[in-house]
Design a protein around this ligand. Structure first.
Ligand code: ADP
Length: 271
């Protein structure tokens, strides 16, 4: 966070001539780091009063008998809005943490086939009364090297969206498969789908295709930004394919260096 930051670009012309451009981006880096600090501090300051408000409202609603209907309605609305703000603050805090973290090659060995069983039960909870049909399609026993918390945040956000933007009773398929250069974890729904021109902007903070629907259903507008940052920390990327009216598939593509084959022992690797 301190020191100088230089951006380097090189253009190669014919006959072996090269043009090297150096740009001092120290000030830009400082501004970016001030922005991150501001968001982190503001979110942190908001979190405590919101937690207190949320707790009081929950108690009033749980333990007060004989509330008049207008008062009860107002309290339910306050409870709903406080939860929304609480989710937003939590997402902002998570995003700032991911934003300022450095990618590292280390991490834990995540047993994805097992992990997906837990993801499925989280997904059923997220789906709530709407009861989507969660299908786990695990085509490989491969594991992943990374942070279980960050991977779980990414998958939960994708599943939350799949639930949010598809009809109750439809299938949501979470799959894990090997590819030539790594492995893919994807979440597929049969929901609204997304017009192609929106796709490049989906991971921007607060970018929404349909703002009304997103905030009605409890979305914070930060879900896919969180997915993108969590994946970047694993040298992975997000691929989106979607057809309006038919559904979407969000695929997290992990490079070979992140994939662990549990059937190969370390000794076998050294041979
Ligand atoms: P939000 O909290 O608004 O869902 P996200 O960052 O998770 O924020 O998603 C950004 C936007 O992308 C959403 O507002 C929605 O319009 C669109 N979107 C995300 N996932 C899906 C999906 N599975 N099906 C259709 N649209 C989606």
């Amino acid at each position: 966070r301190s020191g100088y930051f230089l951006q380097v670009a090189m253009t190669v012309f014919g006959r072996g001539e090269r043009l090297l451009l150096l740009r001092d981006v120290t000030r830009l880096q400082q501004l970016e780091s001030m922005r991150q600090d501001f968001v982190a501090n503001a979110s942190h300051e908001l979190k405590t009063p919101l937690t207190v408000l949320k707790g009081h409202l929950e108690n009033i609603l749980a333990f007060s008998d004989n509330l008049s209907p207008p008062v009860e309605k107002a309290l339910h609305s306050m409870d709903h809005q406080t939860r929304r703000m609480h989710n937003l603050v939590n997402d902002l805090l998570l995003l700032t943490r991911l934003d300022s973290a450095q990618s590292s090659d280390s991490g834990q060995d995540i047993d994805i086939p097992n992990f997906l069983q837990q993801v499925a039960s989280d997904a059923l909870e997220l789906s709530g009364e709407e009861e989507h049909n969660i299908v786990i399609d695990c085509q490989t026993d491969l594991h992943l090297r990374g942070s279980p918390g960050e991977i779980r945040s990414a998958i939960n956000n994708l599943v939350f969206n799949a639930v949010n933007y598809s009809e109750p009773g439809s299938d949501i398929t979470i799959s894990w498969r090997a590819i030539d250069n790594g492995a893919v974890l994807s979440v597929q729904d049969q929901g609204l789908g997304i017009d192609q021109h929106h796709i490049p902007r989906l991971t921007e903070r607060f970018y929404r295709v349909d703002a009304g629907r997103s905030s009605d259903r409890g979305g914070t507008g930060l879900g896919l930004a969180i997915v993108k940052h969590a994946l970047q920390l694993h040298n992975a990327r997000l691929d989106v394919s979607s057809e309006k009216g038919k559904g979407s598939t969000f695929s997290c593509i992990f490079p070979k260096a992140r994939v662990i084959d549990p059937t190969r022992t370390e000794e076998a690797d050294e041979l």
